[in-house]
Design a protein around this ligand. Structure first.
Ligand SMILES: [Zn+2]
Length: 113
């Protein structure tokens, strides 16, 4: 399950940050998750719950920001939002589009005490 590996990574980042900052506990972990990141949120949150047990992140609240998928057409340069991975440009119908947002999975901020 790849959510388990991602959860592990998130908790490691938060722990490392907390240790570096000599924190007593982690209050909040804020994540940016793109709609095209291929992450199943339920599984991710479950995995985080399991992994944070017994760590400094034990009581940390998870805040999730969903990032809309955004594409850019390389033909006519318009940008548009869609959740369709194989999108085509709504303006010129070109398939020459690139994803400019929506695949991210990152720790945005960590709130510590
Ligand atoms: Zn276009």
């Amino acid at each position: 399950m790849h959510e388990m590996a991602i959860a592990q990574n998130i908790i490691e980042i938060a722990e490392e940050y907390a240790v570096k900052s000599a924190a007593l506990k982690v209050n909040e972990i804020e994540l940016d998750i793109g709609k095209l990141a291929g992450i199943e949120l339920e599984s991710l949150l479950f995995a985080i719950d399991v992994i944070k047990e017994g760590t400094i992140c034990n009581s940390a609240k998870m805040i999730i920001n969903h990032v809309e998928a955004q594409f850019n057409c390389t033909e006519c340069l318009s940008t548009f939002n869609t959740e369709n991975y194989y999108a085509k440009c709504p303006v010129c119908n070109s398939h020459k589009v690139e994803i400019i947002a929506g695949r991210e999975m990152r720790v945005k901020s960590i709130d510590i005490n």
